[in-house]
Design a protein around this ligand. Sequence first.
Ligand SMILES: Nc1ncnc2c1ncn2[C@@H]1O[C@H](COP(=O)(O)OP(=O)(O)OP(=O)(O)O)[C@@H](O)[C@H]1O
Length: 241
Amino acid sequence: MAAMSALRLDIAEKRYPAQAGAPAREIFHEFRLDVDDGAFVVLLGASGLGKTTLLNIVAGLDRDFRGAVRFDEDGKAPRIAYAFQNPRLLPWRTVLENVALVLPAGEEGRRRALDMLGEVGLAELADAYPERLSLGQQRRVALARAFIIEPDLLLMDEPFVSLDEAGAARLRALLRRLLERCPATVLFVTHDSAEAVELASRIVVLEGAPARLARDLPVALTAEEREGEAGHELRRALGGK
Ligand SMILES: Nc1ncnc2c1ncn2[C@@H]1O[C@H](COP(=O)(O)OP(=O)(O)OP(=O)(O)O)[C@@H](O)[C@H]1O
């Protein structure tokens, strides 16, 4: 039986109008992407191709396009969490409040937020303000805020960029643990083919303007295979190291 499709994206046309100095640009033309329920889809592609635009369209933040975004077959709207490249925490709220913010107010929400902060290794910083946190810690808060709503669909826009390699690796491991506890369909944007090989069940490479699907690779490898020769081969095939 075919896997249920969590998302059917059909962008007939997405363009940005001309702006001071820059001409109008067509970002997507007749672009289609179907994503299976539970898939971890990594979108790889050069800067400026339209990956963030694609996530914004899926999230419903950008409605200025021709086309349609359809969610699973029974038509129910999924719960969507969006982890932006910049963690976007509210500076005037504590870490705990930033996570509890997406829940109904009250003691139950605070308790759940505190549990979630424990899961991402930040229980001790619950009462701190975001400015005191390192970028890696802020991104842990962003992960906690994303997972606390138990999303059906998780959109992630280079969520681990600009961290040192060890810090990024710890966050990738944390993301995998959170997904084991709370499975979700994931659309994950990155420039990093090693990151793609570690995480993806499917790698989609975008190219050109308007952007098209240059490659679409299922990745059916175990965690060990990803670290071994097979993963190495795949990284090379994707043009990485
Ligand atoms: N609001 C806007 N108005 C005009 N042009 C825009 C707007 N937002 C993005 N663009 C342009 O559209 C193109 C696609 O942008 P987008 O942010 O989706 O790319 P991206 O693939 O996510 O890039 P990056 O990897 O650098 O984040 C870029 O050339 C960008 O400059």
